[in-house]
Design a protein around this ligand. Structure first.
Ligand code: NAD
Ligand code: ZN
Length: 241
């Protein structure tokens, strides 16, 4: 394993356009539960995703959904970046594409302009109607269910739900970054959520070296050049030490 880490370190050191692509596993050691791990803390083991992270679920019981997100917001507000967020965050020449709705890469030092939040952010709500109104949220003390001041529709968390398309051209920006990438470091994602996961194949087709850090084997195995089995905090930190 040490030799494989060393090889990955060299590839990283020589990359001219390095990009990271992360998922919930990056933040797991900061105490934020993942969605699909095979352990009882994984969020979907306790809740029905269709009920909590879909437009249908929100329409059926908006306060249940808002309360669940507000509980998650308080957990995220108390979370600290781990060694992986900090190792990645200080790499000022890297672009970070993340599926995570926390801001722990930014807390680890990343310039917010270099972090693409594909699935939105817990730090904002937007109007569930068509008017486009959006407001920032204090995640330590988030407001409950309320109506949009512009059009009266309910406000909802500014995150991508199942079945929704990604907003504001964010996916197009991510594609353009992975097309330019000569190295993609994939950390803590099951790579099962599309279209996000397709970024790995796009990077590979455009010539990027694919290095994967995960506690388990993942769906990315066809594209993977180097698979590092281990916890994000230890393995990612070792890649930059
Ligand atoms: P996922 O839950 O589907 O998969 C997590 C992956 O991380 C798994 O492959 C698991 O083996 C791996 N993993 C777990 N602990 C790890 C560790 N310590 N080090 C390295 N790898 C570890 O997560 P995903 O692929 O991001 O799924 C997508 C959805 O989950 C996204 O839409 C994302 O918005 C949402 N999500 C985000 C957060 C967050 O913002 N922190 C938390 C939960 C879910
Ligand atoms: Zn509105």
């Amino acid at each position: 394993m040490d030799q494989v880490i060393e090889l990955a370190r060299q590839r990283i050191a020589h990359a001219t356009h390095p990009v990271s692509f992360s998922g919930a596993g990056l933040s797991a050691e900061s105490g934020i539960a993942t969605f699909r791990d095979k352990n009882e803390d994984a969020l979907w083991a306790k809740f029905d995703p269709a009920q909590l992270a879909s437009q249908e679920g929100f329409n059926a019981d908006p306060s249940l959904v808002m309360n669940w997100y507000n509980q998650r917001r308080k957990i995220v507000a108390a979370a600290k970046p781990n060694a992986a967020h900090m190792a990645l965050g200080v790499q000022s020449e890297w672009v970070h594409i993340t599926q995570n709705v926390d801001h722990l890469l930014e807390a680890g030092g990343a310039d917010p302009d270099n972090v693409l939040h594909l699935h939105g952010s817990l730090y904002a709500d937007h109007c569930n109607g068509e008017c486009g109104y959006r407001e920032n949220v204090d995640i330590a003390d988030p407001p409950g269910l309320r109506n949009c001041p512009d059009c009266g529709a309910p406000m909802r968390p500014s995150v991508a739900w199942f079945g929704e398309s990604l907003s504001n051209g964010i996916f197009e920006r991510a594609i353009s970054e992975v097309e330019k990438a000569d190295l993609l470091l994939v950390v803590g994602t099951s790579a099962m959520v599309v279209p996000a996961a397709s970024l790995i194949g796009i990077a590979k087709q455009n010539g990027a070296e694919i290095i994967v850090v995960n506690t388990q084997a993942t769906e990315t195995h066809d594209a993977t050049d180097i698979h590092l089995t281990g916890k994000a905090s230890e393995t990612v930190a070792a890649l930059f030490s």
